[in-house]
Design a protein around this ligand. Sequence first.
Ligand code: PEP
Length: 257
Amino acid sequence: MRRKLVAGNWKMNLDLASGRSLATALAKDVGSTTAVEVMVCPPFPYLSAIHEILSNSSVRLGAQNCYFEAPGAFTGEIAATMLTDVGCDAVILGHSERRHILGETDEIIRKKITTALAAGLDVVLCVGELKEERLENQTEIVLKRQMSGALDGQDVALLLKHLVVAYEPVWAIGTGLTATPDQAESVHIYLRNWLSMYYNPDLANKVRILYGGSVKPDNARELLGQPNVDGALVGGASLKFEQFQPIVQAARDLTAT
Ligand code: PEP
């Protein structure tokens, strides 16, 4: 049984004071419960402060990126070991904003994953097609390229322990458009089959595949209720407790039934 994971990607949003109040409210709501995993991924400068707030709760702390090199002369970059040092146990890699705005290639993402896994971090690997790629029926080709580009040559035992995949159709991110539950489920099945064929059925069965793309309180239950949707990666709606909490609650309700 895969435990549902609801992760909030704060992106380059919030200030320290609002990040603190959001984390405080979440820590109170989640407490030490673990039936559903809840994670927040604040901007780098706020990680330590948010870690302190979350430390008496089971809310996990993730980062939004890291560099693939060991600590050294790489001005402006953040090493994976620095993330564990400030209390992170996960990192988002391959987010579409990093692929399409910051120019990250599959090769860069692959190297970052290797480094993050070696540091003991869980990796939330984001994959997803552009609108035109979906319209041209290229979705599976794109996903296959992104999955093999990122995962080729990775240590299977580490993937088994640490990999989470997030299917995030780019046309649904921050747009208010959402994949239908059927669209999400069918892509998640494709990704699970790909993991089974490229690696093995055990890995495919254990890896959690999250859906991301305009997940909101009013669509969370249906999306999260799909058999192969193991949670959500939430952007905009993760910035307000009143919006994020009902998404977490939807995952809890589905877990309880
Ligand atoms: C995201 O960027 O990971 C995301 C899913 O954003 P939003 O929920 O705002 O679409």
